[in-house]
Design a protein around this ligand. Structure first.
Ligand code: DOR
Ligand code: ZN
Length: 335
């Protein structure tokens, strides 16, 4: 079983010691990834984008991996500014203010006229908009409530590519087919988990993330479009490491660390559902078409051999720590 040029279209690489600790987990097994800008402070100037990219490249050392950089969305960006950094970024990430980790500087209210100058400029410059789509409503309804905002943006800016990040609901899946310019990323944990796995028994802090895993019928809807490699969906891990103490804490940080096992779990899942023919499109082909990118060549050879997930990567506990999964990475070939 092999995967060619896998892409992670939604990844948190963090900064400082954490970046040093976790960057290689993605850089070894993926050809590239869309890098989230929610640092403290968020990545919101050209200089910050360039400097962050350099820190990432330094952290991955000799690994062959392309960090596709993003900018933290602000409604005040004008066309001249965006033009000046067009070559440095692959997308812009919009967070509703305060909805998740380090999103305080995000957007409040979604007044189309207020957002128009930036979104129009992005549309003209062909810069995709990645969105964390949750309202501040009841936690299980936040994403479904946000669909009307997605639709408003999709209608107001028909040429703007809008990527609904880490979708978790059947409502988001439905929206994909209603609007030509809506796309989505899907994580491996949302394909595997429901809220029951997070909070149905003993609370599982390492499975807690935003948006939270939803109902079985939501997971079914996600599985359907992922397994058929629906051309508007692509893999984005949303691998979001936090130190152990921040997860195993009264006040658990949101984020699931999946980078080291993402491709193994995806292979196991697609095999289980007899959909291995579609895995390549889901982990690379669709993203290449949607974003218009050509990733560097890298081939990941997987074998069906049990792999026991390490308990911890320095101070980060991965998903399925100490559990055994069905696939292992056998070899990685370059060129
Ligand atoms: O669970 C999450 N963690 N969701 C997000 O949107 C942000 C991420 C993080 O940065 O930790
Ligand atoms: Zn994220």
């Amino acid at each position: 079983m092999q995967l060619t040029a896998p892409l992670d279209m939604h990844l948190h690489l963090r900064d400082g010691d954490m970046l040093q600790n976790i960057a290689k987990a993605s850089a070894q097994t993926f050809s590239g990834a869309i890098i989230m800008p929610n640092l403290v402070p968020p990545v919101s100037t050209k200089e910050e984008v360039i400097a962050y990219k350099e820190r990432i490249l330094a952290a991955i050392g000799d690994e062959k991996f392309t960090p596709y950089m993003t900018l933290f969305f602000k409604p005040s960006y004008d066309k001249a500014f965006l033009e000046s950094l067009r070559d440095e970024i692959t997308a812009i990430k919009l967070y509703p203010a305060g909805i998740t980790t380090n999103s305080e500087g995000g957007v409040s209210g979604f007044d189309v006229e207020e957002l128009r100058p930036t979104l129009e400029a992005m549309s003209e410059l062909n810069i995709p908009l990645c969105v964390h789509g949750e309202t501040n409503g009841f936690v299980m309804d936040r994403e479904a409530e946000f669909v009307s905002i997605y639709e408003r943006l999709a209608n107001a800016f028909p040429k703007l590519k809008i990527i609904m990040e880490h979708i978790t609901t059947k409502e988001s899946v439905k929206a994909l087919d209603k609007h030509e310019n809506l796309y989505a990323t899907i994580t491996i944990h949302h394909l595997l988990l429901t809220l029951d796995d997070v909070a149905g028994g003993m609370l599982q802090p390492h499975l807690f993330c935003k948006p939270i895993a939803k109902r079985p019928e939501d997971r079914e809807a996600l599985l359907k479009v992922a397994l058929e490699a629906h051309p508007k969906v692509m893999f984005g891990s949303d691998s979001a490491p936090h130190p152990k103490h921040a997860k195993e804490n009264c006040g658990c940080a949101a984020g699931v660390f999946t980078a080291p096992i993402a491709l193994q779990l995806l292979t196991e899942l697609f095999e289980k559902h007899h959909a291995l023919n579609n895995i390549q499109a889901f982990v690379s082909g669709n993203a290449q078409k949607i974003y218009g990118i050509t990733p560097r060549t890298k081939t990941i050879i997987l074998e069906k051999k049990p792999f026991t997930v390490p308990a911890i990567y320095n101070d980060v506990v991965p998903m399925y720590a100490n559990e055994t999964i069905a696939y292992s990475i056998k070899d990685i070939q370059h060129g």
